[in-house]
Design a protein around this ligand. Structure first.
Ligand SMILES: *Cc1c(COP(=O)(O)O)cnc(C)c1O
Length: 414
């Protein structure tokens, strides 16, 4: 195994020479974030007693509350809710949106169509599912302009009134658009607040945590994300977070549990230790994932494929997208990634229909945590341009073996 041909060994050497500058940036970001992480643990006096959970209602769960304080300090917000009982990133985002919106309010998604799993949460008027629109929220969407937030269109729409929440998505997800940097998100948020500071700005921060030296916070009321992506450091086995202003986080806590009880309840059982440990590791693990994405883009660019982000581009998430142009190549890449995974390496992924997708989707995921995408994972819908979406990588050295195996496997496909 891993006996690469001379051609592939040379290709690896060449790619390693081209990624030096990007790796240096990733390591600098990691050093900064890891230092702030350690500092937050020390300054908040995290102790052994905080790692032990509670049962029942979870009143006075000091470990739970402390974890939220540490996280809020690290992401630069007034308050946070980081909990194992968020079931996914979509759940955390949905709780955040329901917390801020009331019937008759308008939700304006200003970064184009949101991530697929949110479409049904937003829903349509009277769809009978309990979606936002079923509850009487009005929904509008503004597309990006040349890959950027159309700030003029957003402010014009906000001036017309009715908009209660402007939502922005940091990572491109499965859309063929660039991801949005923290700076760009905050510029848009500042423009919205200049029109009316009562309008809430929400950021879907999934895949973005710890890729830059700070998280979206200035002029932003709430951010949300998943703990089986970046912020769980590959160690959290479930969970999500919401962070932001004290007021908005309180509204979210009321929505997550009960109005009037908010963040006071929610026992943590045995979950706290892995949440602390995962958060502590997150900046380092994210750095490995960013290096994996950088390497993937450089490798497949070298092989003549169109990749996003481009080699040398600034990064704000852990994604790499490769337009393979052929179903066979997409399938072969997913098979190679699966075969080089630490768990379920012997399993062959096959394309299958998935709810919410028009085309069959193929997914490789040999992960310690089911569905985790901070661990190396690769997937894509079987349609033009047969894009392989690659994310995660707990450690670069193991992940790049999977990528080189994929490169070897596809080189004779015509
Ligand atoms: C993954 C993701 C989500 C949804 O998170 P889940 O944990 O899969 O529910 C939402 N938005 C973006 C941009 C994502 O990458």
């Amino acid at each position: 195994m891993f006996n690469f041909s001379k051609e592939m060994q040379n290709l690896h050497e060449k790619v390693m020479q081209s990624v030096g500058a990007d790796f240096a940036v990733a390591e600098q970001v990691m050093r900064d974030n890891q230092r702030r992480m350690l500092q937050a643990f020390i300054e908040n006096k995290v102790s052994t007693s905080h790692l032990v959970g509670t049962t029942g209602y979870g009143y006075n769960d000091i470990g739970r509350d402390k974890l939220c304080e540490v996280f809020a300090q690290v992401v630069g917000t007034e308050d946070a809710l980081l909990r194992h009982n968020f079931m996914s990133g979509t759940h955390a985002i949905t709780v955040a949106l329901f917390a801020l919106l009331r019937p008759g309010d308008t939700l304006l998604y200003a970064s184009g169509a949101p991530y697929d799993t949110l479409h049904k949460a937003i829903g349509t008027a009277d769809d009978g599912t309990g979606s936002l629109c079923d509850f009487g929220v009005l929904y509008e969407e503004l597309p990006l302009q040349n890959g950027d937030i159309d700030i003029d269109a957003v402010t014009q729409r906000c001036k017309q009134g009715g908009v209660k929440v402007v939502a922005l998505q940091r990572s491109c997800g499965y859309a063929g658009r660039p991801s949005l940097s923290v700076e760009k998100l905050e510029q848009a948020a500042a423009a919205v607040k200049a029109v009316d500071e009562r309008i809430y700005v929400f950021v879907d921060n999934c895949y973005g945590e710890f890729v830059e030296m700070r998280e979206p916070s200035h002029n932003i009321d709430l951010i949300a994300g998943s703990l089986i992506k970046n912020a769980g450091g590959g160690i959290a086995s479930t969970g999500g977070y919401i962070a932001g202003t004290a007021h908005a986080v309180e509204l979210a806590a009321n929505r997550l549990s009960v109005p009037g009880i908010g963040a006071e309840i929610g026992s943590t059982g045995g979950a706290l230790r892995e949440l602390y440990l995962g958060l502590y590791f997150a900046p380092s693990v994210v750095c490995e994932a960013v290096k994996t994405a950088v390497y993937a883009c450089a490798l497949f660019d070298e092989l003549g494929y169109t990749v996003r982000p481009h080699v040398g581009a600034e990064r704000t998430d852990i994604l790499a997208a490769i337009d393979t142009k052929s179903a066979k190549t997409l399938v072969a890449i997913c098979e190679a990634v699966q075969a080089c995974s630490p768990v379920d390496s012997f399993v062959t992924p096959v394309a299958a229909p998935m709810p919410g997708y028009a085309d069959e989707v193929i997914m490789a995921a040999g992960a310690f945590t089911a569905g985790s995408s901070i661990e190396i994972s690769c997937d894509g819908p079987l349609r033009e341009p047969f894009t392989a979406f690659l994310q995660g990588g707990l450690n670069f050295e193991a992940s790049r073996l999977a990528l080189l195996s994929a490169a070897e496997k596809i080189k004779n496909i015509t």
